[in-house]
Design a protein. Structure first.
Length: 280
């Protein structure tokens, strides 16, 4: 029997602004409200980026704590993932600021991008020492990594981290397809990545920009989960004439799953699959 599909919502990201779309949530209250509506539709995980008062990405721990607490209050059982992105910040301790939070502000998971790459307009630099340091802090703090994979070599990095004792099964891989400089949203590219995953892996698929539909369709059929949200894609249609909302993007995933007779995982089911503590 096919297990329930884990839906991971990435509602905000680092890049979208109100000039790009009126629908992107930026404040803790806006993000929490969007997350709660998406959780009611079947999202069981959320991938969070905090913004400052001006709407810019921030690694300020107080801002991150406020955001996590707001989301927890709105959707108490949801699996919460905090970003450790180095796209705008190089210093590893600033990137790790969310990992040191305590109590209700402590995330269940945190993103760990397993290598450096070019995006369409800029680069994400993740030096080997930085990746290992972040993995080590997550291990010490009892925070499960969301292993972000954009290409085949990043799967090999995960295997190296396992050999060093820095990762513990089950491993959650988020496979992101469609970036110009890395793996594309094709069955062949996805198959190569999945074939190389270590035993004990739970894997989801995300697509960047216009490739979100193809990638999440593949994930809904083949994978353990999908990631969707305005972080990855601002548009509802391929012609880019209608700006999407997070609710609409989750509704689309729910419809794909229903068409296959596949249930969506509850937060409790997602926690069980990933060996995370229960909440609520």
């Amino acid at each position: 029997m096919t297990p329930p599909l884990i839906v991971n919502l990435a509602p905000t990201g680092m890049l979208p602004t109100r000039a790009d779309t009126p629908h992107v949530p930026l404040t803790p209250a806006e993000i929490a409200s969007d997350v709660a509506r998406c959780a009611a539709l079947g999202a069981s995980m959320v991938h969070l980026h905090a913004r400052d008062a001006a709407g810019a990405p921030t690694t300020d721990p107080e801002s991150i704590a406020e955001l996590i607490r707001a989301v927890r209050a709105a959707a108490p059982e949801l699996v919460i993932t905090a970003t450790t992105s180095g796209r705008n910040v190089a210093d590893v301790e600033r990137r790790a600021s969310a990992l040191y939070l305590e109590g209700d502000a402590k995330p269940d998971m945190a993103s760990l991008t397993l290598g450096s790459m070019n995006f369409a307009r800029d680069a994400s630099v993740n030096a080997p020492a930085t990746v290992m340091r972040l993995a080590g802090i997550m291990l010490e703090r009892g925070i499960k990594p969301e292993l972000e994979v954009f290409d085949l070599g990043m799967v090999n990095v995960a295997r190296m981290l396992i050999d060093k004792g820095l990762l513990k099964a089950p491993y959650y891989f988020n496979i992101l397809l469609g970036n110009p400089a890395t793996a594309q949203a094709t069955l062949l590219h996805l198959g190569m990545l999945v074939n190389d995953l270590p035993p004990g892996s739970v894997w989801a698929v995300a697509g960047i920009g216009r490739f979100q539909d193809q990638a999440t369709a593949l994930g809904s059929v083949m994978g353990d989960g999908v990631r969707t949200g305005l972080e990855d894609n601002l548009w509802l249609d391929q012609a880019r004439t209608v700006k999407a909302t997070n609710v609409q993007l989750v509704e689309r995933i729910a419809a794909l799953a229903r068409a296959q007779g596949r249930p969506l995982a509850t937060p409790a089911e997602a926690r069980a699959r990933l060996d995370l503590p229960a909440r609520g």
